[in-house]
Design a protein around this ligand. Sequence first.
Ligand SMILES: Nc1ncnc2c1ncn2[C@@H]1O[C@H](COP(=O)(O)OP(=O)(O)OP(=O)(O)O)[C@@H](O)[C@H]1O
Length: 665
Amino acid sequence: MSLKSQTNQSQAADDNSGYENQGFVSSQSDVNNSSTSARRFTATRSGSIHLNQVYYTWNDINAVAKPEKKSFKLPCFGSKDDIAPKEPKQILKNVSGIARPGEILAIMGASGAGKTSLLNILTFRNTSSLNISGNRMVNGVPIDAVQLTLISAYIQQDDIFIGTLTPREHLRFQALLRMDKEFSYKERMKKVEEVIKEMGLTGCADTIIGIPGRIKGLSGGQQKRLSVASEVLTDPQLLICDEPTTGLDSFMAANLVKTLKTLANKGKTIICTIHQPASDTFALFDKLLLMSEGRVAYYGDAKKAPTYFSSIGYPCPETYNPADFYIHTLAIRVGSAEECLQRSRAICDKFDESDESKAIKVSFSKDDELSKALKEVAKKRKKSPYKASWFAQFRACFWRSSIVVRKDPLVLKVQLIQTIFLSLVIGLIYFGQDNDQEGIQNISGCIFMIIANLTFSSIFPVTNVFWSELPVFMREHFNGMYRTDTYYLAKTFAELPVYLILPAIFISITYWMIGLNDDIDRFLIAVGTAVLVANVGSSFGYMASTVTPSFEATMALAPVMITPFMLFGGSFMNKDSIPVYFIWLKYLSWFLYGNEALSINQWKGITNITCEVGSTCIENGEQVLESLSFKEENFGMSLACLGALIVATRLISYAGLVMKSRRRK
Ligand SMILES: Nc1ncnc2c1ncn2[C@@H]1O[C@H](COP(=O)(O)OP(=O)(O)OP(=O)(O)O)[C@@H](O)[C@H]1O
């Protein structure tokens, strides 16, 4: 190791005190015969790697769209176009570039220029429909998708958060699951506070993030800064941002790029695609990669671009925003496409011949140590992508889900109001029932109403929350933050109090208003039965959500799925009259089990049913149960079946969630 690299090593050790040095320390001669700054890296036992500086290079990237799979058509129905083989479409042609530490590289171009395709290729994402050639290297070492994720962070265009959290809570959750095992809880929380300050989020750290259309929260710019903050927590040396300023006004866009600039000034390498930035935002970029028709039209210092374009005959007028000028010059306009294509081709050809073009291709000396370390760490990460243990994942997910339960009005507040309102309505409708002939019918009706309300008021809030949280789960799960089982189990336990307390409140109000069996033990059994029914309902809500492809499909199909269980619940049709081919549905109907349990609880041992002299009457509870085909000895079995249905529907929901996450892979 050179003397210079040893000096840098001790300096960097101070910078990275949180990392455990395992001896993978390397130096490397610099690029292009420029000054030799040693770049060391540190690999930790827990499977992370930290590079002091990142030079990300891509050379001669070519991308061709894979031919579309032809759908089967009878020859007589196909047009000539269907039969003729289609020319493979070249998306990128010999695209090269380099992103350096301490700089922001902006990838710009008109619509369809190839920015997204290039960014996808640079991040190894969504490239299954392309045939790609060329190489992508970090500090001269060819890398793959997993190796890139070890040293970089990708900030996607759309910000996805749990809207009921505050930025501080969101960042704490991220820190608990994404920072290396070596960091203590205290260090993680300290890092969160540092990042809040660094990203200018101090003023809104305890404001709710917000849910569009439901809860007002952070501004677009603050949300974007929070996205960046989430990534900065893990201290990646390479940040790749997909159109970070989209949807922001020019002031907020400039603010965000200034934040990125602060990070670049700390030595980070930043790449971002951008759509027509305002001139003050454009002025903040260090390097510019202009694309046109899948080719490089310019790569170099953003400030030198006007001189370069003047030199090839396209001077930017003084009063013009340079970004607008380049994009207009390179855009392919409808109506003059051929002329625009010729101009684009000429500009790209000129760039290919220019000195600027030659400067892109830089050579690195071989770094076998870095290559070996990257491979080793990637191997570990492939085995287990998670940085936190199973228990740490469960604890963090449980903590966050508990906050959601407490703060999301849909989960607790709205449900509580709805529960009290509906229980009062049912209580008033069936108020003060007596043990007489009319009361038998009324009580049978109100038991059914209680079960139906417990079911519906559990299913729909669950589906709403599930679908609004699903994108967050998908992104975080794929980012290796937590496993599906820890997420699902933590959520189940965090929501449990809701499905214990709300049914208990519901039954407590209705039970006494209606005047059901006034034995206190019977009341407590009714509470227990209501809790079981509500939990079958919430589990069914999860199941309906995980086995259907979209929120709309869940909302459309859930009632259809519930109807048969409701029909065979013993109220609309006598239990013993169910057609033989539908008997299996009866065994899955929580309406039937709930109905049977609550009816037995109500009528068992009742001997004093009033009967007018001279009329045919049901005289006691036993006869009531007999008329419904319910048997007292089935009481325990009905409760056990409700419990079994909860377990079964939860397991099916879990399997559905696993399938959903697998399908995304
Ligand atoms: N998988 C693909 N198959 C076929 N054509 C594709 C594929 N991916 C991209 N293209 C085409 O390649 C061209 C470049 O697309 P790309 O999305 O990279 O452009 P862009 O510069 O990001 O545009 P915009 O700013 O409008 O998003 C477009 O004409 C697009 O239709």
